[in-house]
Design a protein around this ligand. Sequence first.
Ligand code: IMP
Length: 424
Amino acid sequence: MPGTLILGAQWGDEGKGKITDMLAAEADVVARYQGGDNAGHTVVVGGQTFRLHLVPSGILYPQVLCLLGNGMVINPRRLLAEIDELAGRGMDVSPSRLKISGQAHLIMPYHPVLDSASETSLGAGKIGTTGRGIGPAYTDKAARQGVRVQDMLRDDFRAHVRAAVQQKNIVLERLYGQPPLDAEAIAEEFAGHAERIRSYIADVSKLLDDAYRAGKRLLYEGAQGTLLDIDYGTYPYVTSSSPSAGGALTGLGIGPNRIDRIIAVAKAYQTRVGAGPFPTELCDLVGDMMVERGHEYGTTTGRRRRTGWLDLVTLRYAARVNGLQEIALTKLDVLSGLNQIKACVAYHWRGRELQDFPTDAEILAECQPVYVESDGWEEEISQVRTWEEMPEEAQAYVKLIEETVGLPVTMISVGPEREQIVRK
Ligand code: IMP
């Protein structure tokens, strides 16, 4: 702090929710900058599990102001459902604690329909999206056809929604052979959402500037991960936003000098949901063990995640494109009980050794991992709270990560609870 950026270094699901939750204890403002309800952040507090898709996990601390930035795409149905659920569990989710950028875009009911129609048309080449309409919403934003949150303040919002649905019905019917959506019913529903969301709408960039000038501690929270970034990820098997560091600037309306600490969250092994290359993927018992011990099922879709050994080539890449300063390593406890642990330090590709992450997903798909093997450890480490208590082999694994990536690992998470953390 005062400006800390926390983002995912891999293909999402690194455990950002838990690390953000920890850091939010010392923050005044937590702001999310991209994505939508494709994200799923799980936070466990006192045995209670919170699964958040849109609202920043900072909401669990009463002193924190939560902001949804302009870089996000927001499904009002889901946002209101999440607000209601949190309120039902005793949280204060009033407009004094949660603000939404008027410049963020709305996910309209036709976006998930277009998402699944597009996936179906891709057949075997499908991306494996979360089906939340993320890609089509960002497509409309770039095409300057989007509906923005601040449109909810317009007197003619109802007519505006009706016209947008009618326009998209042409695409649904003619391109995808889908039945048209009921424009009138959607306009009516969205007029109701506007009534409730109105009071949450704010100029998030301005709020952040005011907070910074007042000496407040700011936490910028990314969703998904660097390898799913629209520019730096394994395109086209990516999401449609910028989870990497640059996205925080454009997605919140802040300058680079408002970020002075950049932390990447990385899992102690590798996972991925959906399609796309994954050089260290394990389709064996060790991979199954990671799924079961690590509960590797999507928070949003429930899909089983693909698992594999930690890929340090991708972490070096994430360090470069994000200007990372430190790593928070999560789920190290999942690796307990393995005799040997592997970590990928380079790739073999067509007789050559690659040290750098290839920018072409087709090349990545042909890469074979070059592994360094180290001894595993038997002990359960979920009760460990200090570096000194960590088994020697676990320490050696962490040091290998630090040396190969060239960054310090400053936090190690050994379980889902807030206190299951080792600070180094
Ligand atoms: P979309 O974001 O729904 O368009 O999905 C595009 C790709 O990103 C798919 O491979 C999804 O599985 C992946 N993805 C999107 N959000 C998340 C996330 O929060 N965690 C992990 N993968 C995600």
